[in-house]
Structure formats: C-alpha cells, structure tokens
Write a protein that binds this ligand. Sequence first.
Ligand code: GRF
Length: 201
Amino acid sequence: MKLAIFASGQGSNFSAIVKAIKDGKIKVGLVVLVCDKPEARVISRAKKAKTAVILVKREDFSGRAEFEAAIIQRLKSYKIGLICLAGFMRMLSPGFVRKYHNRIMNIHPSLLPAFKGSHAIKDALDAAVPFTGVTVHFVDEEMDHGPVILQQKVRITSKDTLASLEKRIHSVEHKLYPRAIRFFCEGKIKVRGRKVEISNP
Ligand code: GRF
C-alpha cells in the first residue's frame, strides 16, 4: 500500500506517521508529500525523511479544477492507495473526493461534529466545555465531515491555556492517526453508509 500525505503546515503529524512506519507499526510506503505552501515546515521534514514532495501552489492555477488536476496528474505514477490530510488547509472538490472514495482520511482536533473549522482547539477552550478531543475520519464533500474512524477524548482543565491544550491534543493525534492508518492497511476498516466498522482492532 502506498500513502500520500497532504499537508501545508508544521508537519508534526507527518513526522509521527514517518516514525510509525520506521518503527514497523504500519506497513505502508510513504511515497509522497503534497504541499501547497513553499514555506511550510513540513517540506523540510519530508526532505529529512527522504520523501518526494509535490509542491503545488494554488495561485499558479486559474481555478480549483486545474489545481486538483495537476495534483492528480502528478500522483498518477505513484499508484496511491491512501491519502492522509494532515493540516492541508484546502477543501477538496467533490470530484476529487469521489476519485479516492473512502481512501482519503483527515485528522481534526475536536470531537466532530463539535468544533469544525480551523480554530477547533481555541473554540473548545473558549466554549469552556469539559472535554474536547481528536477525530480521524474519511473525507466527504463537506468540511470536517464524513464517516468517523477513530475518536479520542481530551479533558480540558481549568488550568489549560491554548498552548497546553494544543500540546495534549497533538500528542493524542500522533498516536491516533498512525493507528487509523494501520487499521486501513490491514484491511480492518469497512464503511457502511456513514458508519465505520473496525474488525478486531
Ligand atoms: C493538526 O492539529 C490537525 O488536527 C489539523 O491540523 C493540524 C496539523 O498539525 N488538521 P501538524 O502540521 O501536523 O503539526
């Protein structure tokens, strides 16, 4: 199985996945990083891990269709079985999602459907809820939506700051994402409508 990671940020999840592969916890070949931000830290992490990088800048294309066509074209030769979004801050079109139906995962720092969007950790802290968490889900046509694969709660304490909560959420992410990828690669995940079933986790 070949894996592509789409990321445009810090890349801590990228590195966690690389480590899980190196440690033999997931049997998958990480073949390529797709990134739309030349200055993103994840690019240097990919270089260090000797992973190929496809850099596609949205502003180099007249529209989303052309942008995605370029990604699809450049991914073709890799024969990708799974795409993992890890801080890729762009919505994929319904056509792209259909092409990789139930083969695109995303990780989101909340217990979806609560706190969708790009400020999920801060929003949970501001809402003063007792806990938030992490969700790994298959991507569908809507933002932060689609069949949930794994979720884990993270308690919010009265002493939490945004930084402390982010730190705990990220450390949960770094375990949960490799686990979801492992289940996928072992063929343990079945999607029935909007429900995910995992056999012998
Ligand atoms: C993570 O919090 C993830 O849940 C969200 O984007 C962030 C990416 O962090 N989708 P990193 O770039 O992997 O450090």
